[in-house]
Design a protein around this ligand. Sequence first.
Ligand SMILES: [Zn+2]
Ligand SMILES: [Zn+2]
Length: 333
Amino acid sequence: MDAARMQAVMFPGPGRPLAVVELPVPRPGPGEVLLTVSACGICGSDLAMTAGGAFGYPPGRLLGHEFGGRVVARGPGATRFAPGQRVACLPARFCGNCERCRAGRPLFCSAGGAVTGGMAEFAAVPESSLFALPDGVADEAAALAEPLACGRKALRTAAFAPGQDLTLVGAGSMALAVLFWARRLGAGRIRVITGSPTRRAAAEAFGADDFLEPGQPAPPDSLVVECTGAAGALEAALQWLAPGGALVSLGMGMASEPLVPAALAFREISLHFPVGYAVEDFAATVRALAAAPEVAAMVSECVPLAAVPAAFERLRRGQARSKVLVVPRGGHS
Ligand SMILES: [Zn+2]
Ligand SMILES: [Zn+2]
């Protein structure tokens, strides 16, 4: 394997198309394993953080944080997984012991950092960030654990309770992630605001009950999750929110939001901005994939590595129904 090379997707800097580069296959370091990547999702954050805005990736970064694969080699001291095992990757290094890790924030570990590079044929990752994929789950589904886990944390953050109704603004991947967990955690009625018939079909497969067009009036709910990130979406979401309710922002909008504090205070609205997941959210999500036929409806397209730069440009123009998966060893529509 020493001389082996691989293809990977690299961010060359804002304003330039992504590059598919050839690199040496990484060697797993201490406590790491080498994966052959089965699939890696393209995330809205990948689009935003390569667009030249305030929260960009540094030039040269290998992209891809929604991925899983099969263990092919182990670095020194790595013993938890055997070659051949299939895993999903929580894309962070984390110690598990610092104050932030103990508070359920592995993405903020004071000794850690992000793990990217899933849009590649191989990735070397810490074995402590890996979770065994249950038998019977399709290889590609490992890439869905990361976005789906965000839905569980979003509901926990808002102290969601079984039986509670909720409204989701948008029906893209983040909305599907909330639906995935709202159904499993015993939600009451779930309504979804979307103008897209194809996204609506995916939300139906994930168990949404009712659908509204954007701007359509409706009785308020105690929980609204904003999943589009569109400019002005948080303020707009308040129309569906009851006094004392919680508004969760999952859309990762990059524009300033015109919220009037008094308008929120007079209705005692709480705002939440969760990101990512606790380790427990991620582990529960990987386990839940064992009985989750609906996740097939989340994937709108699979593309090979060579097609990733073009797929990014398509996604920037909004031309995708839902999650696009990069499948390094193949890819089909
Ligand atoms: Zn993501
Ligand atoms: Zn830590």
